[in-house]
Structures are given as C-alpha cells and as structure tokens.
Design a protein. Sequence first.
Length: 260
Amino acid sequence: MNIKRDLRKGKGVKKEKRKRARRASLLDKKSVYEHLEELRARVIRVFVIFSAFFLFSLFFIVQKLFDIFSHALQALNIRLVSIGPIDYFMALLNMSTFIAFLLTFPVLILEAYMFLYPALKPNEKRLVIFAFIASFLLFFFGVAFGYFAIVRISMQFFSRIAAASGIENIWSTSLFTSFVLWSCILAGLSFQMPVLGALLSKAGLLSSNKMKEGRRYFILFIFILAAIITPPDPLTQILLALPMILLYEVTLFFIKVFGQ
C-alpha cells in the first residue's frame, strides 16, 4: 500500500511539474508578445515623428538650404539645373528625408535605449548610455565635417578640373544633392569608428596594439588623400587630415578604456 501511495504521489508531483512548466511556457510566450507589442509601438512612434519632421523640412527648410547652396555654388561658377521633370522634386524629397532623419535620430536612440533598459544590468546600463550618447554626438560631428570639409573641398576640386578643361559647370540638382547627402552620411558613419572599435575590442577582434601598429600607415594614407583632393594649399590639407587623425586617436582611447 505504501508503494502504491508513493507511486501516486510521484505521479502527482510529475503532473504538478508539468502544469507549472506549461504555465511558465505560457508566461514566456505572453512576455514575448508583450515585447513585440512594445517594439511595434516604439517603431510607430518613431515613424510618426519622422513623418512630421519630413513634412516640416519639405515645406519650411529645404528651399532655404537650396538658397544657401546656390550662393556657395555661384562663387565657384557652378549652376544647378533641372534636367528632367522630377529632377528638382527628387532633390527636395532627398533633402527632406535626410533632414528628417537627422532630427529623428535622437528620438530613435532614446526609444532603442528605453526598449533595452529592463534587460540590462546596472553596469551595462551605464555602458549603453555612454555608447548611445557617444554615437549620437559623433554622428552629428561627422555630418558637419562631411559638409564643411569634404563637400566644400570636393566642389572646388571637381569644378576646377572641369574649368581647366574648358567645360562649363552645370550640375544636375538631384545628382548634386545626392552627392552632398551621401558625403554627409558616410562621414557621419565613419565617425562611428570609436564606438565600433570599442565593440570589436570587446569581442576580441581588435586590440590597441594593432591600432598602434597601423597608426603611421593611416596617417600617411590620410595625408596622401588630402593632398590629392585639396588645392595645393598645405593649410587646407592639414585641416582635412587632422580631424581624421584625431578620430583615429579617439578610437584608440575608446579601445583602451571601454574595449579591453
């Protein structure tokens, strides 16, 4: 009788464990659904804010920017023209999209952090906050560098080549804006190098020793590139090369402090 009673108790315990496992599984599934709903709500919120900034840029900002571009291009004897029915319209859309992205970027960073916040440990929260703030600031510094250094120097370079060959500088509006936007975006992404370097170091794929070994080759490459795309003016070459060298040193600092 005792054996039968023990067997019944054993079966009861197993049934109870199975019920608990099923309840835990349902709770896990509910948690996943809740996370997906939260993610969907945050994505919708970012999209609505982006759309509002896009419309605001399209009707109130872009035309003023084109006035600034036209004034800067006139000094280089460059004229913008519309070479097709939608050429100018596409330029407006591209500029509005880019400006809306810049204005929405802080909101995107904040929403991403708030979504990840509950799953982070205290030390991870501090690290993620720093990474987001650093990424945000570096991206905007990169965009500014892309416009005030890369775009302006490149415009002088390309217009000078055409003028030296006797070709009039008449540029497509949409192609010009695409060039400006991609230059700014790529510069902003290149300024993410410190954060990316720290993450790669955390993953064991990059070390400060490798960065130190490659420093002289990087500096040589930057100065050669600056000499090619800038006028024969040492000051302009230095102004273009120094920010990139400083970015390399900041990456090395990030690796030493946060990566290893």
